[in-house]
Write a protein of this length. Sequence first.
Length: 91
Amino acid sequence: MSSSHILLPVLAQVLLTLVMFILLGGRKASAVKAGKVNRKQAALDNRVWPEDVVKVSNDIANQFEIPFIFYVLCFVLFSIHAAGTVAVVLA
């Protein structure tokens, strides 16, 4: 297995984050159209959004915490050509 295969799980994680941003945009647009949120309050306080919007927003925040260590580890393994089959499967 090539060392470049370690970039596939990284790409999957990036795509997951992008999908969550798209989902967040759709849910926020739906909440605004339905009149469930005051736009002036939402600009200053994230807690005024409906629960489903806050859940997606929290998920996106989490995508920039622990997965950051995953990104660094994968790029280190890639750069030193140490990404074997075990590392790719675990990633």
